[in-house]
Design a protein around this ligand. Structure first.
Ligand SMILES: *[C@@H]1O[C@H](CO)[C@@H](O)[C@H](O)[C@H]1NC(C)=O
Ligand SMILES: *[C@@H]1O[C@H](CO)[C@@H](O)[C@H](O)[C@H]1NC(C)=O
Ligand SMILES: *[C@@H]1O[C@H](CO)[C@@H](O)[C@H](O)[C@H]1NC(C)=O
Ligand SMILES: *[C@@H]1O[C@H](CO)[C@@H](O)[C@H](O)[C@H]1NC(C)=O
Length: 301
């Protein structure tokens, strides 16, 4: 009995050091139901391959897109992109979650995310039972790839474990997982590729409020001394000189076949998408086993 009350006192004391009480978002809290299993890679509406150039994604079109947000001066701000790997895990680059991006101050938002000018997220009333929104979840634990090198950005992959899974049911199709390549032989070279994001790349301060999508091509990387293994070089499909990357670091390059999208890469470095200034993506295929091993559900059992 005494031990129990001591534990409670310690817990309260610990919580008081927090700027915000995150405990209500921890596992064991209320969810509106068992996660439903959707076919991976399918959005609420198909990816519109007819449109050329950078455009607004329609609500539910890129259902696996995540906005990774950091708390800055008490407000949540868009910082990186990511994808829904499973209901409970967001896949992004290690450079997005390492360093000062401590876990208590990151959260993930999925499902028709609209940012404000400058990338701040809109404040919403906490009307959703036990959580703020079905698509807003706090980070419980980030797992950075053990071979990540923060200088060279080799193996720049990380998983963000959510304190509670996204409520896919409540999102009614607007949130879904992306497909991961199932084998080394799986070939998407003939599929249309896309990059999506709000524009959170170095030096770009003006985020787009609506999620952007652009057709993209994987090209051969220029040989260089700093070339990395598992790196893809990407240019936008239209060969204009506008260096108009819409992606966010950590965000996806994906290939779409029919209505199904498969993750190909994560935006790792480079600030351009023109022929002479390619964006560098981490090729996710070599990391699929690591991703699956490290995104096993930790709740709901
Ligand atoms: C879009 O691009 C395709 C080639 O990728 C071209 O055939 C088509 O005319 C373009 N459509 C518009 C509206 O520009
Ligand atoms: C974002 O804006 C679109 C309209 O462009 C709207 O349909 C969607 O519901 C908005 N998302 C949220 C979460 O309010
Ligand atoms: C893709 O989705 C559209 C609309 O939801 C549907 O009409 C079409 O049959 C689907 N195509 C495939 C290949 O599943
Ligand atoms: C890209 O580089 C090539 C040769 O290095 C040059 O001919 C071409 O004009 C450059 N294109 C742009 C858009 O700068």
């Amino acid at each position: 009995m005494f031990k129990q009350s001591l534990a409670i006192v310690l817990l309260i004391a610990y919580q008081c050091e927090c700027e915000f009480d995150y405990s209500q978002y921890w596992p064991g809290g209320k969810t509106t139901g068992a996660p439903i299993v959707l076919e991976c890679g399918v959005g609420l509406i198909p990816i519109n391959g007819e449109n050329n150039g950078t455009r607004d994604a329609a609500p539910g079109e890129v259902a696996f897109q995540v906005s990774l947000q950091k708390k800055v001066s008490g407000k949540w701000a868009h910082a990186c992109g990511g994808v829904v790997a499973t209901n409970g895990f967001v896949l992004t680059t290690a450079s997005c979650v390492g360093g000062s991006n401590t876990e208590a101050f990151t959260r993930s938002e999925a499902g028709n995310v609209n940012l404000t000018k400058g990338g701040w997220t809109r404040r919403r009333r906490a009307s959703y039972p036990g959580q703020q929104q079905p698509g807003v979840q706090y980070t419980m634990k980030s797992t950075i790839h053990p071979d990540y090198d923060e200088i060279t950005l080799a193996n720049n992959v990380a998983l963000v474990g959510l304190a509670q899974p996204f409520d896919v049911q409540a999102a009614a199709g607007a949130i879904n997982t992306v497909c991961l390549p199932e084998s080394a032989e799986e070939d998407h070279s003939e599929d249309q590729h896309y990059v999506s994001g709000w524009g959170a790349i170095d030096g770009v301060v003006e985020f787009k409020p609506k999620l952007q999508i652009v057709k993209a091509n994987v090209v051969e990387c220029e040989p260089s001394a700093t070339a990395l293994a598992n790196q893809l070089c990407v240019v936008q499909d239209l060969d204009d000189s506008v260096e108009d990357c819409v992606g966010d670091f950590g965000g996806p390059l994906f290939a779409t076949n029919g209505n199904t999208s498969t993750l190909i890469g994560l935006y790792s470095s480079g600030t351009g998408c023109s022929a002479n200034n390619t964006a560098k993506f981490i090729d996710v295929k070599p990391y699929v086993t690591w991703i699956k091993d490290n995104s096993k559900p930790t709740y709901g059992k």
